[in-house]
Design a protein around this ligand. Structure first.
Ligand SMILES: [Zn+2]
Ligand SMILES: [Zn+2]
Length: 102
């Protein structure tokens, strides 16, 4: 089986994972090298999220997102406003934390 051999060679050669190591400005706040973003968890300001609280996910969302918690929060940089993560884990959700504290 020649294709198996070729595939092994490709995997072994390492070329596929050697992407050029360029300085990635988006990792830095305001494009300033060395300055990191200041993460802050905030509620999304999109229309669909306005006035809504994070809650237990309905069945279809559970299937779709694989999570029991539906969260309207995201992580942004409080300094430059860049969205760092579109979704946070349910453990990080401030609403979830208040529900858990009984
Ligand atoms: Zn920033
Ligand atoms: Zn949330």
């Amino acid at each position: 089986m020649s294709w198996t051999k070729d595939r092994k060679e490709i995997l072994a050669s390492d070329t596929w994972k050697k992407a050029p190591a360029k300085k990635d400005k988006k990792h830095f706040c305001g494009g300033k090298p060395g300055r990191f973003h200041k993460p802050e968890i905030v509620r999304r300001n999109e229309n669909y999220a306005l006035g809504k609280a994070c809650s237990t996910a309905p069945e279809w969302k559970r299937v779709l997102f694989g999570s029991n918690w539906y969260c309207y929060h995201q992580e942004i940089c409080s300094r430059c406003g860049k969205i760092l993560r579109h979704y946070i884990t349910e453990q990080e959700c401030p609403d979830r934390a208040s529900v858990a504290q009984r």
